[in-house]
Design a protein around this ligand. Structure first.
Ligand SMILES: Nc1ncnc2c1ncn2[C@@H]1O[C@H](COP(=O)(O)OP(=O)(O)OP(=O)(O)O)[C@@H](O)[C@H]1O
Ligand SMILES: CC(C)(CO)[C@@H](O)C(=O)NCCC(=O)O
Length: 329
């Protein structure tokens, strides 16, 4: 019989370290774990994958993303082994082959998660075991502007209720179930809306990366009050991209300034009017968007999901990853 905790000698209580499901690593400790994983990208390729305002270079790829690519390659192999065990058990009763490995990438607006997701796609597709890596962002499942306006949600864009969560979960479930072709709507930052009539098609990838603010949020209970299977329940691995609130706000404002000099000049840009006002007015507007929408969303909905990620990447003020926290239990 297992003895109850209260029956243990007092000293055993006192000296037991607090149980934590994570292992914390410095940049140097993590970097050493890349082992002999070769660097498959050139400086030009990294430049193409870099988002506006991000600073990822070959050193960052080597130190942070090669160990991650190696870890994920090991995870994919081990998950295939588990799938084989399940298939042996199930036999004719529903066994499945070619189930894609699904990775979620979460974090605030402007933290750089789309760069992380693109880098992972490029690195993971170089492994011969899983060359077909698809990337989708949850932006495509935002409700169209007309619908957001009708529901009074224009200033809640990015909050859980601004997405068609059921369609998003179904989309990932269908890909994981091995459907030949699964499609999703497409979002444009330029027009700040869903692109009418456009769809993205995903065809049986080896790995699917799902990037978005909301990917680790728990599912809403159904109308019968029961818990549902949510998006994150389909993940085999997840990454939370983290940084201090002040740093992210600064990155958001700087990106807005850069976009004001570039993309906002496009006649179709939703933000075009901010090219015609002073920089100060434009920055004040961006700060208002940050403080009234993106920051509360970070605090209330995104940051609380951090502990659910398999891996947390903590960036410093210059965008480089300084600390990592990996789930080990
Ligand atoms: N208003 C905009 N007009 C044109 N391009 C934009 C606009 N906002 C963002 N982008 C571009 O789209 C890319 C992805 O933006 P997105 O909003 O997905 O990033 P994010 O979620 O804010 O944060 P992250 O930087 O983590 O991806 C940005 O790196 C930027 O280059
Ligand atoms: C589309 C999202 C929700 C996420 O990418 C975000 O970029 C956004 O539009 N947030 C609303 C406030 C703003 O314009 O920054």
């Amino acid at each position: 019989m297992i003895s109850p905790v209260s029956a243990m000698p007092r000293s055993a209580h006192r000296h037991r370290p607090e149980a934590t499901p994570y292992v914390d690593l410095t940049r140097a400790e993590w970097s050493a774990l890349r082992d002999k994983t070769p660097q498959p990208l050139t400086a030009e390729e990294v430049e193409k994958l870099r988002g506006l305002g991000d600073v990822i270079d070959l050193d960052e790829v080597r130190d942070i993303y090669l160990p991650l690519s190696r870890l994920l390659n090991l995870y994919v192999g081990a998950t295939d082994g588990l799938r084989g065990a399940l298939n042996t058990f199930l036999g004719e009763k529903g066994s499945q082959s070619g189930t894609p490995f699904v990775i979620g990438v979460a974090g605030s607006v402007a933290v750089g998660k789309s760069t992380v997701a693109r880098l992972l796609q490029a690195l993971l597709s170089r492994w011969p075991e899983h060359p077909r890596v698809e990337l989708v962002t949850t932006d495509g499942f935002l409700l169209p502007t007309k619908e957001l306006q009708a529901r009074g949600l224009m200033s809640r864009k990015g909050f859980p209720e601004s997405y068609d969560r059921r369609a998003l979960t179904r989309f990932v479930a269908d890909i994981k179930a091995g459907k030949d072709e699964v499609t999703a709507p497409v979002y444009s930052h330029l027009i700040y809306d869903i692109v009418p009539g456009e769809r993205l098609t995903v065809r049986r990838p080896d790995i699917l990366i799902v990037e978005g603010l909301n990917v680790l949020q728990p599912a809403l209970p159904g109308s019968d009050g029961r818990t549902r299977v949510g998006l994150a329940d389909y993940f085999d691995f997840s990454v939370y991209v983290d940084a201090s609130g002040e740093d992210i706000e600064r990155w958001y404002l700087e990106r807005f300034k850069k976009l004001r000099q570039t993309a906002f000049h496009n006649p179709s840009s939703y933000f075009r009017k901010y090219t015609q006002v002073s920089e100060q007015e434009a920055v004040d507007y961006a700060r208002m968007l940050w403080r009234t929408i993106n920051k509360p969303n970070l605090t209330e909905n995104i940051a609380p999901t951090r502990g659910r990620a398999t891996l947390q990447l903590r960036k410093g003020p210059d965008h480089t990853v300084q600390r990592l926290r990996l789930r080990k239990l």
